[in-house]
Design a protein around this ligand. Sequence first.
Ligand code: MTE
Ligand code: MO
Length: 303
Amino acid sequence: MAHRYRSDLTWDDVTPKEVYLNRRQLMTGGGALLAAGMAGGQARAQDAWDLTPNSWEEITTFNNFYEFGTDKSDPAEHAHRLTTSPWSVEIDGLVDNPGTYSFEDIVAGQTIEERIYRLRCVERWSMVIPWNGFELADLLNRVGVQDGARYVAFETAMRPEEMPGLRVPILDWPYREGLRLDEAMHPLTILATGLYGEPMPNQNGAPIRLVVPWKYGYKSIKSIVRISLVAEEPVASWNQYAPHEYGFYSNVNPNREHPRWSQEFERRVGGGLFARNIPTLMFNGYEEEVASLYEGMDLIEFH
Ligand SMILES: Nc1nc2c(c(=O)[nH]1)N[C@H]1C(S)=C(S)[C@@H](COP(=O)(O)O)O[C@H]1N2
Ligand SMILES: [Mo]
């Protein structure tokens, strides 16, 4: 029987909304979140939780979007070739209302909010990005998640004529990602349609991309064309590419070394050549909000 899936948590349970919505209050909110005590001195901890957004320039010229090439500058250079309108997303699998939804259908009736989130890349750089978007849970509840659905699978567009990077068989294209249903329903998980109040730039995943702030950046899949509700853990591109390096969960975890490098520190993009290493926080600083999703799980084994 179909039902509306409800996460145990609501946005109000997890954190004061202002913490994410208002930069000035952030300093206080961030301080409170850190009160539990973290490794490192006070100043370093505050650096790690500094949510001053990166500039538009930084956010739109230093990207990972391998469909357009593997250099950080490739997406800004080539992603203009992606046709983002019209756009549609196939929603299928264990849902009451499967179908092909236009971008306009998907955003219709959604209140687009600003969410200032930290993005922590597995390559040890980070940014703070003021996204505009809405909770993925809203969309999933609208299409009706059926009993038996335990995961959500996502796919990026695959258009060889518009995406020069697809010629390079690094990944088994299309780019795919997945979340457990409770992660997908968590109020921090959003579908973003813009940043800095502007429509999403192509290099950042226009017209609609996922943002899961407590996971390494690669989980936040761009330019989504398919969302499937499924029973079994779906394929995730980087996990498929190198399972030992990139687990399905990919929660930011300074205690779990990537086989080729430590995840203990990161550098903020834009800090220049002499950017300081700042400590990486458990769950990218969102521990208070999301740790309960993983109670009882060994986060080294399930990395
Ligand atoms: N389709 C697709 N989505 C993707 C990627 C990609 O190569 N292709 N790269 C991921 C990685 S590794 C990161 S760090 C983030 C970067 O997002 P940004 O460029 O908006 O900062 O996008 C993620 N989403
Ligand atoms: Mo990344």
